[in-house]
Design a protein around this ligand. Structure first.
Ligand SMILES: NC(=O)c1ccc[n+]([C@@H]2O[C@H](COP(=O)([O-])OP(=O)(O)OC[C@H]3O[C@@H](n4cnc5c(N)ncnc54)[C@H](O)[C@@H]3O)[C@@H](O)[C@H]2O)c1
Length: 327
């Protein structure tokens, strides 16, 4: 049986939906402490067995692993706000590193040796070349990125010492929502560009703040690689079978390589919504590189993965969710 940590969160819930759609006879276990997630994000199927628990509670995790005879972990649970991580480093090292190690202890006790891990492009730091591939040096410039790199290093150590097989998936900018409209992105506070633009379009925010317009990019605004959350979900499904056939550790970038600037994303949102989006230019944020885009050839070649969504469909699905959000 597979167990998803952080299953009530944005990407975890989309993975669960995609998994249950592909494997019609399977059930799945979701663990979440609901600090950030939403129980309603898991209410769409009775094949989801939800356990409200903190992954750092080793004893409880051992009980859950044994109860469901867990063989594989898909590990999404984490604290994920870059800005917050700079202000509250202890919270991030505790939740993302120590609590994860506490869960690894439970995995050891139960003999579980297969894990998919949600890593991030934030482990690379400032790009030395573009697009970023997996062998680019990992020199994170924020606490959040450091905690994810430390977890990758812990996985590497477990793989060498105890034969764990793991896949670290380094996502670029997750975006969009499931077409069904029953699950979507709901963070508080929201820090991601597309939901912020759409909230502005709906008049829930006065203006969209753009951090800097004199970057060395064609229109002066930052370029990022937006990847649809269901494309991330399909990569996890491909990685699950890769994990079972390749008993060691591997990492893959998940992105499209087609970067979009902040202004390009705003223009797409204007086109999809037909609404005006007031903007306000504010100073650059320290540590924001002008361009971050993925080279995802390795995932395409070794996982047989390809993306299905472009920027227009990312915005359309996010807009559908934003107008009818259930949580
Ligand atoms: N959203 C992105 O663009 C992005 C990019 C790169 C990597 N990631 C990684 O992907 C993963 C999922 O991100 P998301 O956007 O879905 O975040 P999210 O906050 O929506 O989901 C994370 C979930 O984990 C739960 N959680 C946190 N700590 C927990 C703990 N100790 N025990 C149990 N549950 C806990 C939260 O309640 C939440 O439901 C994270 O690991 C994040 O670092 C996200």
């Amino acid at each position: 049986m597979n167990l998803v940590t952080g299953g009530a969160g944005y990407i975890g819930s989309h993975f669960i939906k995609a998994f249950l759609d592909v494997f019609q006879d399977d059930n799945i276990i979701a663990v979440d402490n609901l600090t950030e997630g939403h129980a309603s994000a898991l209410s769409f199927s009775n094949r989801i067995h939800f356990e409200q628990e903190d992954i750092g509670n080793t004893e409880a995790m051992v009980r859950i692993f044994r109860k469901y005879d867990i063989k594989t972990i898909i590990h999404f649970a984490a604290s994920c706000y870059v800005g917050d991580s700079q202000i509250n480093p202890a919270k991030y090292f505790h939740n993302n590193c120590i609590q994860t190690l506490n869960m690894f202890k439970a995995m050891e006790i139960c003999g579980i040796r297969q894990i998919l891990f949600s890593s991030t492009c934030a482990t690379y730091g400032n790009p030395q070349y573009l697009p970023l591939n997996e062998v680019h040096p990992q020199q994170p410039i924020n606490v959040y990125g450091s905690t994810k790199l430390m977890t990758e290093q812990a996985l590497r150590a477990y793989s060498i010492a105890q034969g764990w097989s793991y896949v670290a998936l380094r996502y670029f900018n997750a975006s969009g929502a499931d077409e069904s409209g029953i699950i979507g992105e709901s963070h508080d506070p929201e820090t991601h560009l597309i939901p912020l633009i759409l909230k502005t379009a709906l008049g829930k925010r006065k203006a969209l703040q753009i951090f800097g317009n004199d970057y060395e990019t064609p229109d002066g605004t930052c370029i990022r690689d937006y990847i649809h959350v269901n494309d991330l979900a399909s990569a996890h499904i491909a990685a699950l079978s890769y994990l079972r056939n390749h008993p060691r550790g591997e990492s893959f970038n998940l992105g499209t390589t087609n970067g979009s600037s902040v202004l390009e994303v705003i223009n797409m949102c204007k086109k999809v919504t037909g609404l005006d989006i007031p903007v306000e230019y504010v100073p650059k944020r320290p540590g924001d590189p002008p361009v971050l885009v993925a080279n995802a050839d390795k995932a395409r070649e070794l996982l047989g993965w390809k993306t299905s969504y472009d920027m227009q469909s990312i915005v359309q699905t996010a807009w559908h969710w934003e107008q009818n959000r259930r949580y």
